[in-house]
Design a protein. Sequence first.
Lengths: 480, 463
Amino acid sequence: MVPPVLVKKGHKMSDTFDVVVIGAGPGGYVAAIRAAQLGLKTACIEKRETLGGTCLNVGCMPSKALLHASHLYDEANHDFEKFGLSVKGLDYDIEKVLATKDETVKGLTGGIEFLFKKNKVEWIKGAGKFTGKDTIEVALNEGGSRTITAKNTIIATGSDVANLPGVEIDEKTIVSSTGALELNPVPKSMVVIGGGVIGLELGSVWRRFGSEVTVVEFMDQVLPGMDMEVRKNFGRMLKKQGMTLKLSSKVTAVEKTGKGAKVTFEPVKGGDATTLEVDVVLVSIGRRPYTDGLGLETIGVEMDERSRIKIGHDFSTNVPGVYAIGDVVEGPMLAHKAEDEGVAAAENIAGLTGYVNHDVIPGVVYTYPEVASVGKTEEELKEAGVAYNAGKFPFTANSRAKANLATDGFVKILADKETDRVLGVHIIGADAGNMIAQAATAMEFGASAEDIALTCHAHPTETEAMKEAALAVHKRTIHM
Amino acid sequence: MKTINCKVLVLGAGPGGYVAAIRAGQLGLDTVIVDGQAPGGTCLNVGCIPSKALIHAADEFEKSMHFTGENVLGISVRAPSIDLSKTIEWKDSIVKRLNSGVAGLLKKNKAQLVKGWGKMVDGKTCLVATDEGDVTIKAENVILATGSVPVEIPSLPFGGNIISSTEALSLDGVPEKLVVIGGGYIGLELGTAYAKMGAKVTVVEAAERILPQYDADLSKPIMASLKDLGIEVLLNTKAKAANEDGTALTVETTDGDKTLEASKILVTVGRRAKTEGFGLEELDLTMNGRVVAINDKCETSMTGVYAIGDLTGEPMLAHRAMAQGEMVAEIISGMNRTFDKVSIPAVCFTDPEIVTAGLSPEEAEAAGYETKIGVFPFAANGRAMTMEAETGFVRIVARKDNHLVLGIQAVGKGVAELSAAFSLALEMGACLEDVAGTIHAHPTQSEGFQEAALKALGHALHI
Ligand SMILES: Cc1cc2nc3c(=O)[nH]c(=O)nc-3n(C[C@H](O)[C@H](O)[C@H](O)COP(=O)(O)OP(=O)(O)OC[C@H]3O[C@@H](n4cnc5c(N)ncnc54)[C@H](O)[C@@H]3O)c2cc1C
Ligand SMILES: Cc1cc2nc3c(=O)[nH]c(=O)nc-3n(C[C@H](O)[C@H](O)[C@H](O)COP(=O)(O)OP(=O)(O)OC[C@H]3O[C@@H](n4cnc5c(N)ncnc54)[C@H](O)[C@@H]3O)c2cc1C
């Protein structure tokens, strides 16, 4: 291992690094911090004016800030009555809501800058481009360029919004998730194209603030890729909340009009087209790996059929000394997956053994209720021919959920029929995001459903539903 | 007189008793369960559930109050109000639903519920006074699950304005001035709820700090939040006596006596096992101080007589009672089980909440371990930032030599729901590396757990 190198502030820094990370999203900034912790001389190239990548600037964090504010408003609007609370003149000030979200983002991105300083990671502000296997030219934001030499490079350039062919995103009327974090005034009506995580989260935000939201989804249920039972039930809940879902429908045209935009869609199977005129259209059909202008062709980095960088178990590409992590490689496009890959890649470079178990990556949808899952879905198990038992427990039979008036949803545990090993856990519930940590821990340990059932779960908590679901695997729930 | 013969008799239908009966029924044991009140025990009727319902309503009310002033979220409301009788009505409706839910579960699992107060005549016989007259129940096995009752202060007997937690859950209005005697979790949970609903609350605590069962690092954020809520906390102060009509309380402070005005005086100085009134003396069981002595199978000193739950002492928690109940039913059915939980998590539903699972740093040290401790503050957790929940931290205590996790504690908004992950990690024998190596979803508060493990290992990422 290389001894720590002290970089003094204000000194002219040398241009040779042990590790250069390109991109300061959750994958990149974590990789850089970990590399520096391990004593490697590290730089991180980021062209954005702030650190934190998609996640902190235009992704997870600002969306969660809006989800929090809009949820509180929604709750005051609909639930307080039942507790014996009455509020009058309930209102919100969207300027302030957005300003607070920006403050949160500022705090978080500034926090990463602090962490870079603390861990002695040098931030090179600009766009990086390979000119050779170990040379990178950075077009500096302040003008000019700087060429640096890297013994190892970690590519963490993330992803960008995928667009519908022929549709132009102006981030005002036709927006991507980025524009959907800035809507002001609140649109009266909105079409969300794509009922995946991002579309449903942001659709929920504006629905709560009063927008009439229609989600157009190509597949037969929302949240493609998740467990079918979850998808069906969750779709029903969204409808109950007042969201309109147009499933098995494909958008054929999006046209800007004077006031807003017209969206035309028709059943996938064929049939009559429908046209809606709305104030705002959100295109949330997915994200694509982003490697534009990186010069990968110059050094011959191999890509897969979906334009992702091909990697091995240790995150190395086919070019020696070049690694890749996060949204730019295969796997779910999630911040925590990027982070853990960042740690592992840095550790591999330092000569340790960094490893990520891609079978246990939890995913959370921050709607209300939340949806969270880890491991295999029923459909995946069936397709793989794995015999399993499913144990399900509804929050209507959980006393904490009752006390919180949050009884929508359930916990479902899928366990191997023969060994009882937990293969997948799927939750719809108010606090599903926090609850999934237990399921991930269980799966990392190769726990059986019985292990979960024998663990003492605090009363009254929503996590008791996890224990009951584990009991349900053996058809012996107590509270149902 | 009517006589019922059965394989298992459960005395008391609290969480310990009703779970034992359901499990026994599932296992095909002929089971009878006796309780004089609606099934569900302290927990469902006057404990965990109604208290959490009120706490939740109070939280919601506080949120709406928060919106009346300048607030960063930009949400505004005019003069919110709370109609406590409506809140209590809502709470009662939940309790009722849960009561009938438990009754339904007992029925479904073929455990017979006999309503009435029971008295043990001997180790196999119980006499129950029901509305339809006395019933004798003869059983091969008896599970005692009579729970606990609030401790009374001799100079301040319950009655009138001097109330226990039970009455505090059914007040007809928010008291103007509420004095809470005892700064344990029950007193602080209820005190916090009433303060949020607008009462002027004073907490009188004899010890030198609140929540004496928790270490000072854990109780400090609670102390701060009590202060923010305008709750006055008098430490090193003993309650002495009340005036005739219970509108004033004399307390002894370090600088002499003081009188506190009160609309209600809530006494929450602990709970004690309910050891009288059901013929315990006839059984002459070995006691462990004031509670029934049991071994790790919940067997008492008399063959065929088991005891579970609060009757057997600390920790007096519903989930411990339930776990014991489940186990005893299995033992009676012939399974080989022992109570060997590495972790019985405890949650304090104050604001912020406290969770403890396994050993605290002091306990670990006292047990002779050299430890490594990692603390991660929620102020550095993205999710907490977006939820205005930056107070508190997650702390992990591990063995220095092999990194085995010994205990996990957290204080923060909503941390109750992290307790299961903590417990499971302890039960599975996790090391710091295991917790650090498990991917935690972003952005969630549970990332604080992973970061605390990384911190203990010396390489936290986000601080
Ligand atoms: C609205 C929204 C909500 C989301 N919510 C969640 C959520 O709740 N939970 C979750 O886990 N995930 C969420 N995600 C996904 C998450 O944001 C991504 O998975 C994560 O950011 C990927 O991290 P990364 O480091 O791979 O890439 P990114 O975060 O995309 O970062 C890549 C960085 O590289 C920089 N870059 C690219 N090319 C160059 C170059 N040549 N030179 C210099 N810099 C370059 C970019 O400017 C960018 O800052 C959300 C995404 C969106 C859009
Ligand atoms: C305000 C408050 C809040 C609480 N909050 C929590 C919390 O959040 N989490 C937690 O884990 N714990 C909490 N507790 C503690 C929890 O309620 C107890 O630990 C739990 O109820 C104990 O269960 P048990 O079955 O041992 O006894 P109990 O619930 O006390 O039940 C005993 C039952 O036995 C019956 N009984 C007694 N004598 C007889 C007789 N002679 N004949 C027939 N029936 C009889 C009683 O009527 C009662 O129904 C709280 C307690 C209170 C008071």
